[in-house]
Design a binder for this molecule. Structure first.
Ligand code: TYD
Ligand code: MG
Length: 454
């Protein structure tokens, strides 16, 4: 009997029984690959027909003391982890190749080892000598980290079982190879099996494990999303290759708030922490320029000021360009539609470019008002005063909706020398400190007052 072929998506791990060009589950193109069929065991019997071992049940009142966490001393990392490393936790660190994952984790390994955790760093990509050279360059050679260069998962687990570290770093999960799975390293089946083995081993032995995962665009290697659901914490390391800023973002965390970010700067001596990201993100701002506005945002528990830059230019094209870096393009389309429908300001025949300076990705709806202001400022060629920040959500009706953490935003803006904030009416009043708060109920009122149009 011919075995049915199976296919899975290397981006999200979804399984299918036929090939297609686009994954129905996550929408990625060219990520569906054929999987070696799982070896069929003895004729499958209903599980209920066989007797298993009884599991122990407990009631909800069972007292568990919160786990003792270990701080690395890198505050930007500890905060993103939810306040340090939890014992026996599984963490995924995903990111583009070359973004700095190995650098970050070698530095973290050194700090955790110095903080007293027995730490093992397994590299499947580089020889030990290469990792040692990097450690030397980063000034970490004194840290008591144990190094291994291996891809055979069986040998790695045997070693971990003997050494009993409290923290193991696996760089990367895509290079790991489980010899009981008939599939090439990097395939969905291998990555899934290796991640499963490592996370269950970690839980059983009380060891924390960090899996490094490369984000890939092609379907040949499985992406980190395949293992996201197996781990407690998912962190993504983001940034533009040409820029020096790097953002470590928690997208899932069983032990802390998601959406928390840590900000780093890539230097000649590795990653340096950025404790005042607002100052850094605004450091390249010069004279007030049309199209440039400052958004008072919040990332996780921390206020962050960032600059939105817009460029609006006439085009003979029937379909003008809408190019966005660092923000959601669907959200941009919505803001453009609201400006046209509610304020009578069309962008037909105009190319629109929108950019978040510094390589940060913003996902807060609170940025709507700043985006609208950047677009109008660029279109009308009118610069906003340099001492002004904006925040507020825009609804389809053109109303401005209050957003959370107003006080936090105002405080941060004041700290950085801003004097005026433009915000939605309602929401929290007062608490503005020395800031002048200019509030508007809808976009039309804002446009009329600030740009004298609408
Ligand atoms: P790396 O950590 O190897 O990236 P990843 O593991 O995500 O693939 O970092 C690679 C880049 O970082 C490389 O292009 C060089 C740069 N880098 C520095 O700028 N400074 C440093 O101190 C180090 C170690 C790397
Ligand atoms: Mg690497």
């Amino acid at each position: 009997m011919a075995k049915a072929k199976t296919f899975s998506c290397s981006a999200c791990g979804a399984s299918f029984n036929k090939w297609s060009g686009r994954c129905d589950a996550c929408g990625e193109w060219n990520t569906i690959v054929e999987e070696a069929p799982l070896s069929a065991g003895p004729a499958a019997k209903s599980l209920g027909a066989m007797r298993g071992a009884a599991i122990q049940l407990t009631d909800l009142a069972t007292q568990e003391t919160p786990p003792p966490r270990t701080n690395s001393g890198m505050e930007e990392l500890d905060r993103v982890l939810g306040g340090g490393l939890v014992p026996a936790s599984a963490i995924l660190v995903g990111g583009d190749p070359g973004i700095g994952k190995s650098t970050l984790l070698l530095q973290a390994a050194a700090r955790f080892a110095q903080a007293g955790l027995k730490t093992v760093y397994i590299s499947g990509e580089e020889a030990s000598a290469q990792v040692r050279m990097r450690a030397q360059r980063l000034g970490l050679t004194d840290a008591p980290v144990q190094l291994g260069a291996e891809t055979n998962l069986r040998d790695i687990l045997t070693t971990l079982d003997a050494e009993k570290p409290q923290l193991a770093i696996i760089d990367s999960i895509q290079t790991m190879w489980a010899d009981n799975v008939e599939s090439a390293p990097g395939s969905v089946a291998q990555v899934r099996a290796a991640a499963h083995e490592l996370t269950t081993f970690a839980k059983r032995k009380g060891m924390s494990v960090v899996l490094v995962g490369h984000v890939t665009k092609e379907g040949q290697i499985a992406g980190p999303r395949v293992v996201e659901h197996m781990v407690d914490t998912v962190l993504y390391f983001e940034g533009e290759r040409g820029h020096q800023f790097r953002i470590l973002r928690a997208v899932k965390n069983r032990f802390g708030p998601a959406d928390e970010i840590g900000v780093f700067e890539m230097t000649g001596e590795g990653l340096a922490q950025v404790t005042n990201p607002s100052a850094l993100f605004l450091s390249e701002r010069g004279e007030p320029t049309p199209g440039s506005v400052v958004f008072a945002g919040v990332e996780g528990t921390r206020p962050v000021l960032v600059e939105f830059q817009a460029l609006v230019a006439p085009t003979p094209q029937a379909n003008p360009r809408r190019t966005v870096v660092g923000w959601d393009s669907a959200r941009l389309a919505m803001i453009l539609a609201v400006l046209e429908a509610r304020c009578g300001i069309p962008f037909t025949g105009l190319d629109v470019y929108l950019n978040v300076a510094g390589g940060l990705k913003i996902s807060e709806p609170a940025a709507d008002l700043a985006v609208a202001a950047a677009l109008l400022s660029a279109r009308e060629d009118v610069a906003l005063p340099a001492d002004t920040v904006l925040f507020g959500e825009i609804s389809l009706s053109g109303a401005l909706r209050p957003v959370g953490q107003t006080e936090n935003r105002l405080k941060e803006a004041q700290k950085l020398g801003f004097t005026t904030a433009i915000a939605p009416s309602g929401g929290k009043q007062g608490g503005a400190g020395g800031m002048t708060l200019r509030q508007f109920g809808d976009l039309t009122a804002f446009v009329g007052e600030i740009f004298g149009a609408g």
